[in-house]
Every structure is written in C-alpha cells, then in structure tokens.
Design a protein around this ligand. Structure first.
Ligand code: HEC
Length: 142
C-alpha cells in the first residue's frame, strides 16, 4: 500500500518534470532566455521584410547602384538573423540549428554574389536561404 503510494508520487513528479521540460523547450522556440524579442516579431519585423525585399529585387534583377545596395542590405540582415536565431538559448534542436546555418550561409553567398554584381549566382544562393524558412517552419512553426 505504502509502496504503491510512493510509486504514484514518483510517477507524478516525473510527469511534472517532463511537462516543465516540454514547456521550456517551447519557450525557447518562441523567445530566448533573457532578451525581450519574441521569435514571431523577429520574423515579422526583420526576416520577412528583408526576405520579401530581396526576393523582389533579385527576381527583377537589380539595375541601379541603389538597388544593388538595398539587396546587399537585405542579405546582410538575413545573414545576421541566422546568428540571432542561434543566440540566447533560442535553438531547441538540430533541425533548428541546420536551418539557421542554411539561412546564414545562403545569405552570405547571396551577399558575395551581390558584391560581384552576379544576379544569377545571387538568385541561386537565395534559393538556399529561403529553403531554411520551410525547413525550420516544418519542424517548429505551429
Ligand atoms: C531556425 C528557425 C526559423 C527559420 C530559419 C525561419 N523561421 Fe520564420 N518562424 C520560426 C518560428 C519558430 C516561427 C513561429 C514563432 C511563433 O509563433 O512563436 C516563425 C514564424 C514566422 C512568420 C510569422 C510571424 C508572425 O507574425 O507570427 C513569418 C512571416 C516567418 N516566420 C517568415 C520566415 C521567413 C521568410 C524565413 C526565411 C527567410 C524564416 N521565417 C525562417 C522559425 C524560423
């Protein structure tokens, strides 16, 4: 009788432990440990506009110096977001880490192509960068 009760208490403690672990993993996806910004605001405020802007410029092909410069600005911000997504304990697993790496490396390659004013190479690299959106969202976006 006593033993059964003890087992029940242990099981309950285990269940609570597992539940709090799950919540903390979820918390890391939606927000880091110490910084204020929620992931959705980084996505809406930084990732989405820079991705959309860059996609539009690359599709049409940047023509003026100002357009090349804006494309470089967009790619730089996306690259940096690949670092930010790994900071402050936000990364929960390998799927996230791999996607953040693809965002970083794809954006860096876009930036290098922009610096060389090579629109074809920039478009190819942009595909790698945008592949990261789908990969991470499939695993972690509800
Ligand atoms: C490493 C993971 C990861 C990568 C890479 C990533 N996202 Fe996200 N994104 C998320 C998560 C997680 C959410 C959901 C956040 C939430 O609702 O708390 C999200 C949500 C969003 C949202 C909805 C924001 C809102 O207003 O609720 C947009 C738009 C978005 N992402 C765009 C993008 C684009 C575009 C890319 C690629 C250039 C991208 N994301 C790459 C993880 C990622």
């Amino acid at each position: 009788m006593r033993k059964a009760r003890l087992t029940a208490v242990c099981l309950l403690a285990l269940a609570f432990g597992a539940a709090s672990l799950l919540t903390s993993v979820d918390a890391k996806i939606t927000k880091g440990n110490t910084r204020a910004a929620q992931t959705k605001y980084l996505m809406r405020g930084i990732v989405k506009p820079n991705c959309g802007g860059l996609g539009g410029l690359l599709k049409a092909g940047p023509k003026t110096d100002e357009e090349w410069d804006t494309a470089a600005c967009n790619a730089s911000c996306l690259s940096e977001m690949g670092h930010v997504l790994m900071a402050d304990g936000r990364c929960p697993d390998k799927a996230w880490a791999d996607a953040a790496k693809a965002l970083r490396e794809g954006s860096d390659a876009v930036l290098a192509a922009i610096e060389a004013k090579d629109a074809d190479a920039a478009n190819a690299a942009f595909t790698t960068a945008t592949g990261s959106c789908a990969a991470c969202h499939k695993a972690h976006k509800k």
